[in-house]
Design a protein around this ligand. Structure first.
Ligand code: NAD
Length: 478
């Protein structure tokens, strides 16, 4: 694909302003594209174009905006293979999973298109006779959408679809680590005239471009998926202009496996939550608290499932690919080494791939036992295919360890004891709790982080309404 068209302003393509940032194939460590970054002036003009296009977009009949989302869906699906190959190569995920990502983006667009006739206001009783009070839902204006690298296309659509259906215009800044599928998707959407000029604008680059975008005074809302520390910087930038923020940040999901749990069900689900996308999911199970009575039986089941997963080149379409880049690789391998030095036991996995020696960021599905809350593995978001097992004996101990984090995104509980499950649901301090299953989320649910996992949330009714604000209108006809 061409990378001389990565900046889209008011429907016209421009080249980026510098020599660019490399995109690395994580399976080979080879550079396979260079994406130039937007200048400050380009960022400003992209925001101005979005602001100029917004009133007409908001004035369009909602069903016409839904038609535009359906046109985007058709466009992405028509080019599914090309987009999937880009996602697969830049993220390092097996091709069929990348094809699923494109399909999911299409499903998301269709779901959000169906909100066209459902964004409703309210009528409130008035104090005065012959008066009516209306609470109308209106768009927020210009939305800056900033994405992370693990599901690049899905994260772009998860923000763009609800923002657009509710009448906002957008400036998108994809992650610099895996920007290609998003750039290509926007090139195709533009070629096929799915949206009026200025409604969807694109700027490429890293943190500096993100900072320029989030501090622009015409940006009314920032929606970002990424690291907690970046979320804090964005909130500080937003404060200067009182822009709204919606932040989907990291997590450190605990999973409680109780003594009465269905161990096969739990092992299948935890294997998925620990290793899917090579552990690079914000809802990955990062701390697995297992009751001592079933500890060994559960570990044996999990190890068996981990060893069954096939790791290899994304083009071979196995189960897992490499980690996304060297930074991630160094972080995850250091976490495994340090945990062993601190006394944890490695049951399977580790790093490197004997079949592909010498290149690629390979970490195999790794199960570690003997992990304690004092260890660094317990206390950080590793974002790799590691399942750390902590042995517990009492319910209150399990809840205390589960809640021992500043993150508050996701928690999992496996038990058939109704009272225990209900208590856990009340006492776990997380935005999203799964009982007897793990990820992923439903379109109509609400993916939301508490505490340092962010604010705002995505999907469903609340994921659409956050892109609107209420306007009170008093009608007197006395
Ligand atoms: P990151 O924070 O490094 O980058 C995210 C985006 O922010 C990138 O586009 C980056 O260029 C941009 N950015 C960096 N500095 C900026 C600044 N000062 N101002 C504005 N933008 C800036 O995150 P990442 O490494 O790409 O993603 C991994 C993180 O994302 C993990 O913590 C993971 O848990 C989280 N994540 C969360 C969810 C969720 O829904 N909660 C989903 C996926 C990933």
């Amino acid at each position: 694909m061409t990378t001389d068209k990565t900046i889209l302003i008011n429907g016209l393509w421009e080249a980026g302003a510098d020599a660019g940032l490399p995109v690395i194939d994580p399976a080979t460590e080879a550079e396979f594209a260079v994406v130039p970054s937007a200048s400050h002036d380009q960022v400003s003009r992209a925001v101005e174009a979005a602001a100029a296009a917004q009133p007409a977009w908001a004035a369009l009949e909602p069903w016409r905006r839904a038609d535009a989302l359906r046109a985007m869906r058709a466009c992405l699906l028509k080019h599914q293979q090309e987009l999937a190959e880009l996602v697969s190569r830049e993220v390092g995920k097996p091709l069929r999973k990348a094809r699923e990502d494109v399909e999911n983006a299409g499903i998301y667009l269709e779901y959000m298109a169906q909100w066209d006739r459902r964004i409703e206001g309210e009528i409130v009783p008035a104090d005065n006779r012959n008066e009516t009070i209306l609470l109308n839902r209106v768009p927020i204006g210009v939305v800056a959408a900033i994405t992370a690298w693990n599901y690049p296309l899905d994260l772009f659509i998860r923000k763009a679809a609800p923002a657009l259906i509710s009448g906002n215009t957008l400036v998108v800044k994809p992650t610099e680590v895996t920007p290609l599928a998003t750039i290509r998707a926007i090139q195709l959407i533009t070629d096929e005239n799915c949206l009026p000029p200025g409604v969807l604008n694109l700027v490429t680059g890293g943190g500096a471009v993100g900072a320029a975008l989030t501090s622009h005074p015409l940006v009314n809302m920032i929606t970002m998926t990424g690291h907690r520390d970046t979320g804090k910087k964005i909130m500080a930038a937003a404060a200067a202009n009182l822009s709204r923020v919606s932040l989907e940040l990291g997590g450190s999901a605990p999973a409680i496996i109780w003594k009465d749990a269905d161990l096969d069900l739990a092992a299948d689900a935890i294997a998925f939550a620990s290793f899917e996308n090579t552990g690079q999911v914000c809802t990955s199970s990062e701390r697995i608290l297992v009751h001592e009575d079933v500890h060994d039986a559960f570990v044996a089941r999990l190890v068996e499932r981990a060893e069954r997963l096939r790791v290899g080149s994304p083009s071979d379409d196995l189960d897992l690919g490499p980690l996304v880049n060297r930074v991630q690789f160094q972080k995850v391998t250091a976490a495994i080494d340090l945990a062993q030095a601190e006394g944890a036991e490695l049951h399977c996995g580790g790093y490197g791939l004997p079949s592909l020696p010498g290149r690629g960021y390979w970490v195999r599905p790794t199960v570690m036992t003997g992990v304690t809350p004092k260890m660094s593995l317990f206390n950080q978001e590793t974002f790799g295919p590691i399942a750390p097992i902590i042995r517990v004996s009492r319910y209150d101990e399990a809840i205390r360890h589960a809640n021992a984090t500043r993150y508050g995104l996701t928690a999992f509980v496996f038990s058939n004891d109704y009272r225990l499950v209900m208590r856990a649901q009340d006492e776990l301090r997380f935005g999203e709790i799964f009982i007897n299953r793990t990820m992923g989320e439903a379109l109509q649910g609400f993916h939301t982080g508490h505490m340092e996992s962010g604010m705002g949330g995505e999907d469903g009714k609340h994921g659409v309404l956050k892109y609107t604000q209420l306007r009170a209108v008093y009608h007197s006809y006395a």
